[in-house]
Design a protein around this ligand. Structure first.
Ligand code: BES
Ligand code: MN
Ligand code: ZN
Length: 502
């Protein structure tokens, strides 16, 4: 798929499809009015007959409009004009993309950025349309023996602007969204791959492949013996029941001077979570192949910023292993010593994410990071609290939380700020070690974050619990690519801020 911005009026486009919007009540957008005039009121007549109401997310595909050189014209209903919300807009362009890619159009000109929703601008519309195009065309078919029929054909998408030239904001939005789209595809593909293929070694290979494509990315992989030397007793306690070798993958992106402190992204990379000896129930256990979506989002984000060429330094750290039951697996009650020196009583081997993250977070300090963000499918409790809409956000610094929330709002990949108060910490007290790895049923997502907070006191840190947002269950089962948009936008904003003179 290719994207560009194209100045020019809609009635002149010799294109496979010209896409214009209509509002509820039948009012035509500016581009639709131009087409209507050029086609002797063809659009107005169709609307008068009641074939297009302009209702939100409705579409009408037309062929051979009089005096219009475009092969097709696609009308998209945006809903009520004076209260157009971002959500309404996203639903509408989602519907438009589905129809567009069901046609044989090889290229299309979209006039969908001229009526932005409240509080958004044309550049935002372009970003979201690019992501909607990626979403509509995504297929995970690499493991099917026969190719799907009616697979969307590749299409050159142009964003039409009726008058004037594209501005820098629009061009930047297009480039950034394309990179985010590519990053999300990598994140989805890795998430959807099953546990027998997407092993820790596979993730390490993917990281190495990324560094081959992008000279700005350097990769190193720590093996089990390296982790032993570093004293990562907590991480190693999770992998010890598995036959797959664990990996600690480190990706260093250099986009600025060496002296600039990096932002570190730490992603949970459990390639399959059976629960270990605290075995999970069988129903839907297959979904625990998604327990490496934090890791996949770190890889997708680093690929995106390398593609953008962001002027800052970022380190990706991915602790990766399987959580399996076996004769050598960790038992409930076992006590281990983490790299930080703190001891942990493992009361439930299914609370393994925090056990691998705590050592990775201690290791992160070695890079003297300005900020550390971990991303993890950490708790079922977070899904109960926030559903599948928002990721859970925790931070030991309020401005960092605000920056992440804002990036989520900007990209419609939202997070919700959760409390990290000391009041919850006693739930982790242990009779036999410095702490235990579970805090009881109450506030399960919060106590998991509180556990991590005990390892991140020396730097500015945030934690994203993506258990509810990283994949979809049921009929549409599949990875979502979240929170790559949030993370990339956060880093883009971060790079701009540290370069501005203020
Ligand atoms: N990977 C799971 C979290 C999870 C569960 C994500 C369901 C998405 C859907 C994590 O390792 C886990 O098992 N957490 C336990 C923690 C509990 C034992 C304290 C959980 O949430 O049940
Ligand atoms: Mn688990
Ligand atoms: Zn897990």
């Amino acid at each position: 798929m290719e994207f560009s911005i194209k100045p020019g009026s809609p009635e002149k486009q010799r294109s496979g499809c010209v896409v214009v919007s209509v509002f509820e009540g039948g009012q035509l957008s500016e581009a639709a009015q131009i087409l209507n005039k050029a086609s002797n009121s063809a659009l107005g007549n169709i609307i008068a007959r009641g074939d297009m109401t302009g209702r939100n997310a409705t579409t009408l595909l037309l062929h051979n409009l009089p005096n219009i050189p475009g092969e097709r014209v696609l009308l998209v209903g945006l809903g009520k004009q004076n209260e157009l919300s971002a959500r309404q807009y996203l639903e509408s362009i989602g519907a438009a993309m589905r129809v567009l890619f069901s046609t044989g159009a090889k290229d299309a000109v979209l006039y969908l950025a001229d009526h932005p929703p409240v509080g958004r601008d044309g550049a935002w519309c372009i970003s979201q349309a690019v992501l909607a195009a990626f979403h509509a065309t995504y297929r995970f078919d690499q493991l099917k023996s026969k190719a799907e029929k009616n697979k969307p054909a590749s299409c050159h998408i142009r964003f039409g602007i009726i008058t004037g030239k594209p501005n820098n904001r629009q061009l930047q939005a297009l480039a950034n969204a394309t990179a985010i789209g590519h990053g999300m595809k990598l994140t989805k593909d890795l998430g959807n791959l099953p546990g027998n293929i997407c092993t820790p070694s596979h993730l390490a290979k993917q990281a190495q492949a990324l560094s081959k494509t992008h000279k700005t990315l350097k990769v190193s992989v720590l093996e089990e013996k390296d982790m032993q030397k570093l004293g990562m007793g907590s991480l190693l306690s999770v992998t010890q029941g598995s036959d797959e070798p664990p990996k600690l993958i480190v990706l260093e992106y250099r986009g600025a001077d060496k002296k600039q402190k990096p932002v570190a992204l730490v992603g949970k990379g459990i390639t399959f979570d059976t629960g270990g000896i605290s075995l999970k129930p069988g129903a839907e256990m297959d979904e625990m192949k998604y327990d490496m979506c934090g890791a996949a989002s770190v890889l997708g984000t680093l690929q995106a910023i390398a593609e953008i060429g962001l002027k800052m330094n970022v380190v990706g750290i991915i602790p990766s292993c399987e959580n399996m039951p076996s004769g050598s697996a960790t038992k409930p009650g076992d006590i281990v010593t983490s790299m930080s020196g703190q001891t942990i009583e493992i009361l439930n081997t299914d609370a393994e994410g925090r056990l691998i993250l705590c050592d990775a977070l201690t290791y992160a300090a070695k890079f003297e990071p300005a900020t550390v963000i971990d991303i993890a499918t950490l708790t079922g409790a977070c899904v109960i609290a926030l559903g599948h809409v928002a990721s859970g956000l925790y931070s030991n610094q309020d401005t960092l939380a605000q920056e992440l929330l804002a990036a989520g709002e900007q990209t419609c990949d939202r997070a919700w700020h959760m409390p990290l108060w000391e009041d919850y910490q006693p739930q982790l007290d242990s009779n036999f070690a410095d702490m235990q790895n579970i805090g009881g049923r109450a506030g399960g997502s919060i106590t998991a974050a509180c556990f991590l907070a005990r390892f991140t006191r020396s730097y500015r840190w945030a934690h994203l619990d993506i258990a509810g947002t990283a994949w979809k269950s049921g009929k549409e089962k599949g990875a979502t690519g979240r929170p790559v948009p949030l993370l990339v936008q956060f880093l883009v904003n971060y790079a701009h801020k540290s370069h501005s003179p203020e």
